[in-house]
Design a protein around this ligand. Structure first.
Ligand code: NAP
Length: 499
């Protein structure tokens, strides 16, 4: 097998220290896409040292915010230049259609442009303490060395939410993409190097989270961990980071209620419900896979969604007719199938899908039919857990209060939607739902300028928007007395002297 130098440490491309490699295989047909180095513990420690050294030596922190913002703008230009190449490689890694990968790249570039602009205008602030001789300033400084760990569903997009603000802030970092989808991160690091990020600031570790995850999240030389992934991994990371009280930002899973009231524009609500549940075969943290429908429109809505689900055409990255793709891996498909089987065993009614497609050209991939499970109960695993597959579960409600109660009856709190033509009700429900993003009469849009993140077990901290930059900054208060004076707090008598 060809060995390639695709780890990036101390500003150099290198192989894994034990020369180990991992095969990256297509979720569409199992074909070999690439062989990449599989980093060892030694490599992870070297990457941490490289980031620490570059930070402590001030290689990047000596730049002004506007200089770093300009660099981030240059990175956006280079991403634009290479967008098609990166979209192709990401569609092969993830199995998603090339059109979807192109949308993702457009969003990635927008994120870099947004943080370039925000960084150019970043200022500290002065606090008026009401005394002319006092200058009280708040300045923002980089947190330090950050481990940036991402998932496989939107590999470069999730990385961009971390890398762009980390660069503007002046952090040094170690980027670790999912072991399943490394290609776009490799390309991003090439671009950072070309754009002029100082050596040692950006480091890339490829490999298994089980091996390199612990040093990246526990080593005392790491100041911060920004993680996007599943809840179980998030809890492990919280524990590892706690030992040295690292700053953490966690973007975890979601079980997102999509609530349709009888007075909604049903054509729009049904169409968006199909997209919310089956886009990227449900492998979306904000997927609207938990459908809550008012009882009087239940039959109409569910029948329409079932019909649409059955008509969805599955296919690989280059299939022009395909509407969605495979699941990421054999293991992941097996997990989703277990959720479907357990829901049926618990009494859910299978109305669409539930099995693997029979087409010859899909047999070698990890495909699963878009599935609709009706008559679900809130306590079912498939309703409560994030199956992260193309599975819409349907529950029914009778009142607004019940819709809110069901929408909040989850440990997660990432996103949700409410469909109604009653503006006041829309506002009431949106305010009452404890999720980080609520869409009213829409599903899915997000903006680089608007904060993204979860309540409850969906995480801690926020990405995107100004908060997404402040995650990588420490606020420091500098108090200057321009006219030094005695404090006068304790009397100036010597020991033994009477006051
Ligand atoms: P995952 O299994 O938790 O893995 C995420 C990343 O963590 C991968 O790079 C993984 O490496 C690494 N990792 C695994 N064990 C680790 C450890 N002990 N210490 C440090 N890192 C470790 O999640 P996933 O299956 O890739 O992604 C799907 C999940 O991401 C879903 O739950 C989804 O909801 C969530 N997600 C959330 C958002 C959001 O904005 N809230 C966005 C996208 C995705 P390996 O790949 O090598 O195991």
């Amino acid at each position: 097998m060809t060995r390639q130098a695709l780890l990036f440490i101390w500003g150099q491309w290198c192989e894994a220290s034990d020369r180990g490699v991992r095969e990256i295989r297509s979720p569409h047909d199992g074909s070999l896409i690439a062989s990449v180095p599989e980093a060892t513990l030694t490599d992870a420690l070297a990457a941490i040292e490289s980031a620490r050294f570059s930070f402590d030596a001030g290689l990047f922190t000596s730049w002004s915010y506007s200089e770093r913002a300009k660099l981030v703008g240059r990175i956006a230009d280079l991403l634009e230049r290479d967008a098609e190449m990166i979209a192709i490689s990401e569609s092969h890694d993830t199995g998603k259609r090339i059109v979807e990968a192109r949308f993702d790249l457009t969003d990635v570039i927008a994120v870099f442009r947004y943080y370039a602009e925000l960084g150019a205008n970043l200022n500290g602030r002065n606090v008026d303490v009401g005394r002319n001789e006092i200058k009280s300033e708040i300045v923002y400084e980089p947190v330090g060395v950050a481990s940036l760990i991402g998932p496989w569903n939107y590999p470069l997009l999730q990385a961009s939410w971390k890398v762009a603000p980390a660069l503007v802030a002046g952090c040094s970092f170690i980027l670790k993409p999912s072991e399943l989808t490394p290609s776009s991160a490799i390309h991003l690091i090439r671009i950072l190097d070309e754009a002029g990020v100082p050596k040692g600031v950006a480091n890339l570790i490829l490999g298994s989270g089980a091996v390199v995850g612990f040093p990246l999240t526990s080593d005392p030389r790491v100041d911060m961990v920004s993680f996007t992934g599943g809840l179980a991994t998030g809890k492990t990371i919280m524990g590892a980071a706690a030992q040295t009280v690292k700053k953490i930002a966690l973007e975890l899973g979601g079980k997102n209620p999509n609530i349709i009231f009888a007075d909604a524009d049903l054509a729009a609500a049904i169409d968006n419900a199909v997209t919310a549940g089956f886009l990227h075969s449900g492998q979306v943290c904000s997927a609207g896979t938990r459908l809550l429908v008012e009882r009087e429109i239940h039959d109409q809505v569910v029948s329409a969604i079932v019909e649409r689900a059955r008509a969805i055409r599955l296919g690989g990255p280059n299939d022009q007719e395909a509407q969605t793709g495979p699941l990421i891996s054999q293991a992941h498909r097996a997990k989703v199938e277990t959720y479907i089987a357990s829901a049926i065993a618990e009494g859910a009614k299978l109305r669409a899908g539930g099995g693997r497609p029979s087409e010859e050209n899909l047999r070698d991939g990890w495909y699963l039919e878009p599935t609709v499970l009706d008559e679900c109960k809130t306590e079912m695993n498939c309703v409560q857990d994030e199956s992260f597959g193309p599975v819409i579960t349907v529950e029914t409600f009778d009142t607004e209060a019940e819709a809110i109660q069901l929408g909040n009856d989850t440990i997660y709190g990432l996103s949700g939607a409410v469909w109604t033509s009653d503006h006041d009700r829309a506002q009431r429900v949106a305010r009452a739902l404890r999720h980080g993003t609520i869409w009213i009469n829409d599903y899915g849009p997000y903006r680089p300028e608007a904060e993204w993140g979860g309540f409850k077990a969906s995480g801690t901290g926020r990405e995107l928007g100004p908060s997404g930059l402040f995650e990588y900054l420490e606020a420091k208060h500098i108090w200057t007395n321009l006219n030094p004076a005695k404090s006068g707090w304790f009397p100036e008598t010597s020991v033994g002297e009477k006051p």
